[in-house]
Design a protein around this ligand. Structure first.
Ligand code: ADP
Length: 506
């Protein structure tokens, strides 16, 4: 197969992921095209790209989900490929096919693979065919209540009722008692219809004390597939990931290698091309089952990049260009430990309500082993229309203990004012004994909520002390500067006023 280099990529996304993709393009000498909605005129991804085009109104249905406009911009700007990022059109097989038809290269798998794996019922069937262990449950959609009751009795309570088109934890209900079946079915069906326009449901066994462990895979156009090990994503709130780490604290080398082999088999069964993720659910005895496949780059991909030493976006682009994978399975190793924290503009004291607004001050953490993938800046207003993710903080350490201490240090350095954030909550997670001991499952936040959400009196005091110490250091630096400049030291008489002025910057 001939290799055709990509010269210009349109990034059909916004926020941190748009910038993250453009960074790799820049390193590869590839030109970038940004698209933006009316709400994103002053967004960083617009400034970062070589060219930027407005594609419509703020609601994503009018802009980031508008295939016609995005394709028209790609053609007008002379882009030869489209990277969809995550969310928006990234797992939309119709869009991938449209790109193909318009002679644009879609940086992702084929429309057929997206379609097969995007429908969770057809993905389950395919995995069973391929011999991959799947959560016990139905392989056809469940149509009525009587049928559901019969199936649930066979599987045994508790069960999960899930939307076949599901994503983002939507259209999913845990059923513990028989009396909940009818109402859960109704709720799941109506949520699925609203969120995905498809109300097909299926039922699977609820795995007790579950761990979410996923494997990153890469497949080229020549049938070569490798896995890049696992990510442990069991720190979740409402079935959504909050903190991820790799390696998983619970896997044994033997289980890791078996899961890796199944992940490769799953990708091969889907005739996959590009970067993808096979998600497994695992019980406390390390029995694991296929949950779903994400046919795109994941939010949490940087921890894999750090521990395996591979730029996943570059590999996605090279695969699309037609290059074979530059490594074999035996070339890939896990080195050290990485953790990612998702920083959201949310009010943790108010049920994690999104808290968009203007950033009045931001100090991002730096230093050894720290990566911060963000997109906001001082004076930037986070729009209300999109996800409230501000950034992803990723740290690396030689050991898990070092990575945790580094994450605590980086979170301590991270200062954002103007909007409420989840930073303090994440610091608390790092301090929780269950997390520190690596003894946690998807119930971790619920189990530790009292500690995680306790009002921050102690933290507030510590912060005040830290502020006073920083102020003292600032004053002494100021005075040293004056001395060095040869001017006389002027004693600060109104120190309270100056302290107030100083602290108002934070
Ligand atoms: P979505 O695509 O909406 O994110 P997933 O199928 O990936 O849905 O599940 C999201 C999360 O829900 C999992 O990480 C896990 O915490 C929980 N979950 C899903 N299915 C099960 C199950 N059968 N047993 C226990 N927990 C589950």
């Amino acid at each position: 197969m001939e290799q055709k280099p990509i010269k210009k990529v349109l990034v059909a996304n916004r926020g941190e992921i748009a910038i993250r993709i453009m960074r790799s393009c820049r390193e590869m000498g590839i030109q970038t095209v940004a698209v933006f909605s009316d709400a994103d005129r002053s967004s960083m991804h617009v400034r970062y790209a070589n060219e930027a085009y407005n594609i419509g109104l703020a609601p994503s249905s009018e802009s980031y989900l508008n295939m016609d406009k995005i394709i028209a911009v790609a053609k007008k700007s002379g882009a030869d490929a489209i990277h969809p990022g995550y969310g928006f059109l990234s797992e939309n097989s119709v869009f991938a096919r449209r790109c193909q038809e318009e002679g644009l290269r879609f940086i992702g798998p084929s429309p057929e693979s997206i379609q097969m794996m995007g429908d969770k019922i057809s993905a389950r069937k395919k995995m069973i065919e391929a011999g991959v262990p799947v959560v016990p449950g139905t392989t056809e959609k469940v149509t009525n209540e009587l049928e559901a009751i019969k199936i649930i009795k066979e599987i045994g309570l508790p069960v999960m009722i899930k939307a076949s088109a599901g994503g983002g934890g939507k259209g999913m209900r845990l059923v513990k008692k028989e009396s909940q079946i009818a109402s859960s079915l109704r709720a799941a069906r109506s949520e699925a219809k609203t969120a995905f326009g498809d109300d097909s449901l299926y039922i699977e066994k609820y795995i007790d004390s579950p761990h979410h462990v996923e494997f990153q895979i890469l497949s080229d156009k020549y049938g070569n597939t490798v896995h890049l090990f696992e990510r442990e994503c069991s720190v979740q709130r409402r079935h959504q990931k909050v903190v991820e780490e790799t390696p998983s604290p619970i896997l044994t080398p033997e289980v890791r290698s078996r899961m890796g082999e199944y992940a490769v088999a799953a990708a091969n069964a889907a005739k996959y091309e590009g970067a993808g993720t096979i998600e497994f659910i695992m019980d406390s005895n390390l029995n694991f089952y296929f949950l779903e496949m994400n046919t795109r780059l994941q939010v949490e991909h940087p921890i894999t990049e750090r521990v395996v030493g591979v730029d996943l976006v570059k590999e996605q682009i090279r695969i699309t260009e037609g290059f074979p994978l530059p490594f074999r399975q035996e070339d890939l190793k896990q080195s050290g430990h990485a953790i990612e924290c998702r920083i959201y503009a949310e009010d943790t004291d108010n049920n994690f309500m999104p808290n968009p607004g203007t950033i009045t001050h931001i100090t991002e953490p730096y230093g050894l082993g720290v990566r911060c993938d963000g997109y906001v800046y001082e004076g930037y207003s986070i729009p209300i229309y999109y996800d409230s993710l501000i950034s992803k903080l990723i740290v690396w350490g030689r050991t898990r203990e070092e990575a945790i201490e580094r994450m605590r240090r980086a979170l301590y350095e991270y200062k954002i004012t103007g909007v409420k954030t989840t930073i303090r909550f994440l610091e608390r997670i790092m301090d929780t004994p269950d997390f520190r001991n690596g003894e946690y499952n998807t119930h971790f936040i619920e189990k530790n909520s009292e500690f995680l959400l306790a009002d921050g009196i102690c933290d507030k005091k510590c912060e005040d002390i830290a502020m006073i110490a920083t102020y003292a250091e600032y004053i002494s630096r100021l005075e040293n500067k004056k001395t060095n400049a040869g001017s006389p030291i002027k004693k600060e008489t109104n120190w309270k006023g100056q302290f107030r002025r100083f602290t108002s910057r934070f």
